[in-house]
Write a protein that binds this ligand. Structure first.
Ligand code: SF4
Length: 330
């Protein structure tokens, strides 16, 4: 690993100033993917600003809103009673997202900003990677791609967004609270990440020195039901193939309201607004669920190794919609 300067400030302003002042500096939180990237030589910051001593850990519930400090661990958030009661799909995504050891180290802020798991991106001997080196090409498109995205991608990059918990958070319109050199702002998670087909080397909209300090998560009102279904090659210690976060409010067998987001398919967590529109106010109908799934993946950019994800996404969403709507029906 390359030598680097290590800072450990004790307040947010110092941390932001330290990173903002040095173009080669970066924040360090749980380190569960950052250190891997550094050891592999893929990511080489000159200065690491360790934020783990900042007062950004903890969960506050105020009415319909839950504020999650960015340094809250995945395990702590999964154990929060309000999450079990009002956001079950978030809890399920957290528990499916990593081993217990990782969940105790990984932070929510770091989880949202984790880098892609594309094997070519993480292999410094591979030179063709537009995400790492703009205009160098894409080894995944030219070689074998399987754990890659089919939505929000093109021939320049098919990198998949790797976070599980980001999927249900996008479904409920969570927002990141961000502090930077210019002050504080809210960034809706639906606008935090940049699609690979809009610029493969730009992963999110945060500027250098901007730090996520918390995530504001609306709790589902009483009567809603939610769940997260993750399909993968094996039941644990494995990354996603396709996932579906679905929240529904039922009125008898009528879908009064719903929220849907898909994981494993997009270069960003994929909010399925068209499917929501197609199904809101309709009765439980597997055929219509499948049509909504087909509409969601229409226009997918597929490669020989990723084409299976089209049907898998439709089947996963249909199954999760059925599970949520039929169990919610009295
Ligand atoms: Fe790089 Fe994206 Fe291609 Fe992976 S898919 S090799 S991250 S350009």
């Amino acid at each position: 690993m390359r030598a680097f300067v290590y800072d450990r400030p004790t307040d947010v302003e110092q941390a932001v100033a330290a990173v903002a002042a040095d173009p080669q500096a970066a924040f360090l939180a749980g380190g569960t993917t950052q250190l891997d990237l550094m050891k592999d030589g893929v990511w080489t910051p000159d200065r690491l600003v360790d934020i783990t001593r900042l007062p950004l850990r903890g969960i506050m519930v105020d009415g319909q809103l839950m504020r999650v400090g960015a340094l809250t661990s995945m395990e702590e958030l999964a154990a929060e009673p309000a999450v079990a009661d009002r956001l079950l799909m978030v809890r399920e995504a957290l528990l499916a997202g990593a081993s217990t050891q990782l969940r105790n180290m990984a932070t929510i802020g770091g989880n949202l900003l984790q880098r892609t798991r594309c094997r070519y991106f993480r292999d410094p001997t591979v030179s063709a990677c537009n995400r790492r080196s703009p205009d160098s090409g894409c080894a995944a498109v030219d070689n074998h791609a399987r754990m890659h995205a089919i939505l929000g991608v093109d021939e320049r990059c098919v990198a998949l967004h790797a976070s599980d918990v980001a999927v249900p958070l996008v479904a409920v319109d969570a927002q990141a609270l961000v502090v930077g050199p210019q002050g504080q702002r809210h960034v809706p998670l639906t606008e935090l990440w940049v699609r690979a087909d809009e610029g493969p080397s730009i992963e999110h909209v945060l500027g250098h020195g901007e730090l996520i300090t918390a995530v504001d998560v609306p709790l589902l009102p009483a009567g809603w039901r939610s769940g997260y279904l993750k399909v993968r090659d094996r039941a644990s210690y494995e990354f996603v193939l396709v996932s579906a976060a679905v929240a529904v409010l039922m009125d008898g067998d009528l879908i009064a309201d719903l929220r849907i987001a898909l994981g494993g398919v997009g270069s960003v967590p994929w909010r399925a607004r068209q499917a929501e529109q197609m199904l809101r106010g309709t009765h439980v109908d597997p055929v219509r669920f499948e049509q909504a799934g087909r509409a969601t993946v229409a226009g997918a950019y597929t490669l020989p190794g990723t084409a299976f994800k089209v049907d898998l996404a439709v089947a996963t969403l249909t199954r999760q919609l059925l599970a949520m709507t039929t169990e919610a029906t009295p």
